[in-house]
Design a protein around this ligand. Structure first.
Ligand SMILES: C[S@@+](CC[C@H](N)C(=O)[O-])C[C@H]1O[C@@H](n2cnc3c(N)ncnc32)[C@H](O)[C@@H]1O
Length: 304
């Protein structure tokens, strides 16, 4: 390993499965403040560990970028749960011309390789998994972002239920900016903060919502950016944290919305019907109303 060149890590690989050198540069778009894969100079990393993401286009994109960023013979370790892309890692790396040594237990696959002198197919994988304008959606999108290739029916249901809104608001977990576009179509909205943990989503939203009333924040909406005295919040909160269902995440979004709103301010949110949000809503808001239900979703209006 060349000590002068930084080592890269993508995501949060389990320390029980693989060693990541101290000081490794984080490159995941889900880690606010991390370096962007796209902006690292080719051949500039001494090696990489990649906790490979589950989506095929996204995973091949990340593996191709990793190979682009390392010089020949540098070591790449890629790992993933077997049922979330791990069982395909070896073939995917071999398609790039890599010789792969594969290990792992019942649930995980760990593939180790050296960057070939002349890998094949990197550019194609980078184009296929990169940002693009999707004509059918009429939106900029990026494989790996939530609902990147179709409109989420929950978000559509929330948009249909939205009343006239006015003043300053936020879209927590804005994704590609679908809700924000609908909100900013109302001229009475004076400012809207779009917040998402995924840099790719924020970059797509910037293009999808080119509006001087919009501000964009790559951040964990549970704690950042500072938001207070808002007139309204809209959201379709996440309920998965790195692949695993996590009801506490949506509940934390509700707490953040309550904290960000002024007295009398209103939260409009949609959630899958099975998620347990009523108790936290009624504990933090004066009035909670179920405004629509169907297709497996519920839309709530909650007034502080
Ligand atoms: C259900 S999606 C909704 C996306 C978008 N609002 C829409 O309607 O299409 C939830 C979004 O929350 C984002 N997210 C997940 N955890 C987050 C966090 N801690 N802070 C901010 N955004 C988060 C995800 O990246 C995803 O874009």
């Amino acid at each position: 390993m060349n000590q002068d060149q930084p080592f890269g890590v993508y995501g949060l690989p389990s320390a029980e499965l693989v060693d990541v050198p101290a000081g490794a540069v984080q490159l995941s778009p889900l880690s606010p403040g991390a370096a962007a894969l796209e902006e690292v100079a080719p051949g500039s990393l001494s090696g990489m560990v990649v906790a490979a993401p589950p989506g095929t286009l996204e995973r091949r994109y990340v593996l191709a970028q990793a190979l682009r960023l390392m010089p020949p013979a540098a070591r790449l370790v890629a790992l993933a749960p077997k049922d979330k892309g791990g069982s395909r890692l070896r073939k995917e790396l071999e398609a790039f011309g890599c010789l792969v040594h594969e290990t792992g237990g019942r649930h995980q696959r760990i593939c180790e390789t050296r960057r070939p002198e002349a890998p094949t197919g990197l550019d194609e994988a980078i184009v296929a998994g990169g940002p693009r304008l999707e004509p059918e959606l009429g939106l900029w999108t990026w494989p790996g972002v939530f609902s990147w290739d179709r409109l989420d029916p929950g978000s559509v249901q929330l948009i249909q239920a939205l009343p006239p809104l006015a003043g300053r608001g936020a879209d927590l977990g804005c994704g590609l900016g679908v809700l924000s576009k609908a909100v900013l179509a109302q001229p009475t909205v004076t400012a809207l903060a779009l917040v998402d943990l995924d840099r790719r989503a924020v970059e797509a939203a910037r293009r999808n919502v080119p509006n001087p009333r919009a501000t964009f924040h790559w951040a964990d909406a549970r704690v950042e950016p500072p938001l207070e005295g808002l007139d309204f919040v809209v959201m379709n909160p996440p309920f998965h944290d790195r692949g695993a269902e996590d009801k506490a995440l949506g509940q934390a979004f509700i707490r953040r919305a309550a904290q960000a709103l002024r007295k009398g301010g209103v939260l409009w949110m949609v959630a899958n019907r099975h998620l347990p949000y009523e108790a936290v809503l009624t504990s933090l808001f004066r009035q909670v109303a179920l405004k629509s239900e169907g297709g497996g979703f519920k839309v709530y209006e909650a007034r502080k």
